[in-house]
Design a protein around this ligand. Structure first.
Ligand code: ARG
Length: 461
């Protein structure tokens, strides 16, 4: 088949080249962006007197027809057309004749692909941010029900201090809010039109870049054409945004896996979002969070892949850049389904406050409270208080009990300055509620934090 660029070639392209060179099998996903870009370009050309009104009309009708054919599945995607830009232009010309050949005036596939891909990525930044908000809403709903539900707060995966489950989930709300902000700021930073940069250096035609930018919903026009046709920062940004978001998702997933184990028993994932074993009939496996954790790896791969593709490319466009799309498409789809299924898994999971509470009875979670008591009520320097508390912990171990259950007499044997009022300090609820400093776990503070996220989500609607 004759290529659009075949003018200077004597022999036709080999089929092997077609298979190697083509992007049409995957960039066809951008057909809407491509047609909208062409319509805006044609409209601008007509406004500038480069196309007649009648030619514009033919192009508009022709592109509408192409779109219809694509959406009905009638359109024939052919690898010998190389990419969607040439596939669509060729079909347009078949439909409307020679006027179709005028559409590419003052344009190159280099600015065309930059427009299409950038607009896809911009849209996906906002769509993913929206899915993140829905996930946050679901987490918030669970968190609000558990601002008094004690569980062991951990460092190094060791029992540290008692916190409440709402506070724990509030940590994830903080992460996902930052993720949303990243997606949104990428949108704002990159909403700049490449259209009219042509191949690399601009065009001698009297075009109006502001006008076509406005038609496509861009906020402004890019400053330097040489940069614009080779810039893929916007794609790297969404990959980084997705990678960071998936990192957060995988941290939460890891906790869901741990929490749903017999050893923890803090939650039970619903049957709907769990799987069985092909050999062990008793098993209920947390495949959803495990797979979410695993999928994080492939989006990191896409990010590192594109960074590597871009590394060392001379200005301006290079064919290497065609490798930008598949990793982004795959990562976007991974992000979307991950957010949806995580939301459902959280919505349908059963929280087991009793088991969380019992877990607080191991590990002497109120040890810091005893030390704080010695400092506050007995005027003992913290280092010494730490030492005395260590003795109390050792005594509890010897008695086979948790520090929160120790009798006063044992404490007074260790240090006679300890008064009866110490017992209040050792109660786990009190320990949690004592952490009233800003951003702390006390139920009242947790509620304030959750209110903050609630307000954020309401404003975002
Ligand atoms: N399919 C190409 C890509 O995705 C479009 C741009 C091609 N430009 C060129 N001069 N070969 O990057």
């Amino acid at each position: 088949m004759e290529k659009m660029w075949s003018g200077r070639f004597l022999a036709s392209a080999s089929n092997l080249l077609d298979r190697f060179n083509a992007s049409i099998m995957y960039d066809r996903k951008l057909y809407r962006e491509d047609i909208e870009g062409s319509l805006a370009h044609a409209q601008m050309l007509a406004k500038q007197g480069i196309l007649t009104k009648d030619e514009l009309k033919q192009i508009q009708d022709g592109l509408a027809q192409v779109k219809k054919e694509i959406e009905s599945g009638e359109f024939v995607w052919n690898i010998s057309d190389e990419d969607l830009h040439m596939g669509i232009e060729k079909r347009l010309t078949q439909i409307i004749g020679d006027t179709g050949k005028k559409l590419h005036t003052a344009r190159s596939r280099n600015d065309q692909v930059a427009v299409d891909f950038r607009r896809y990525v911009l849209r996906k930044n906002l769509e993913i941010a929206k899915l993140l908000k829905a996930l946050m809403q679901e987490i918030l709903t669970v968190a609000q029900q558990h601002t008094e539900t004690l569980l062991p707060g951990m460092t190094h995966l060791q029992h540290a201090q008692p916190i409440n489950f709402g506070f724990h989930l509030g940590a994830y709300l903080s992460m996902f809010k930052r993720d949303i902000e990243r997606f949104e700021s990428s949108y704002v930073r990159n909403n700049i039109s490449p259209l009219g940069c042509a191949a690399l250096a601009g065009t001698p035609h009297n075009i109006d870049r502001e006008y076509s930018a406005q038609l496509l919903g861009f906020d402004s026009v890019s400053v330097n054409c040489l940069d614009t046709v080779s810039d893929r920062d916007f794609a790297l940004e969404i990959l980084f945004n997705i990678s960071t978001m998936m990192m957060h998702i995988s941290r939460l997933s890891e906790e869901l896996v741990l929490w749903s184990s017999y050893e923890f028993g803090f939650i039970e994932l619903s049957d709907e979002y769990s799987t069985g074993s092909s050999i062990m009939p008793q098993k209920k496996n947390p495949d959803v969070p495990e797979l979410l954790r695993g999928k994080t790896g492939r989006v990191y791969g896409a990010l590192v892949g594109l960074l590597t593709v871009m590394k060392g490319l001379p200005l301006a466009y290079n064919k290497d850049t065609q490798e930008d799309k598949e990793g982004v498409f795959d990562s976007v789809e991974t992000a979307e389904i991950s957010l949806e299924i995580l939301k459902e898994a959280i919505k349908t999971m059963q929280v087991k406050p009793q088991n969380m509470q019992s877990a607080c009875k191991v590990g002497h979670l109120s040890a810091t409270d005893l030390a704080d008591y010695l400092v506050e009520k007995c005027n003992i320097p913290f280092r010494e208080a730490h030492f005395i508390t260590g003795k109390a912990v050792a005594k509890s171990e010897e008695l086979g009990i948790d520090l929160s259950d120790i009798e006063l007499k044992y404490l007074q044997e260790i240090d006679e300055r300890i008064g009866e009022d110490v017992l209040e300090f050792l109660v786990l609820e009190n320990s949690m509620n004592a952490r009233r400093s800003q951003g702390g776990t006390a139920t009242q503070r947790t509620k304030e934090q959750l209110d903050y996220f609630k307000k954020y989500l309401e404003e975002k609607k």
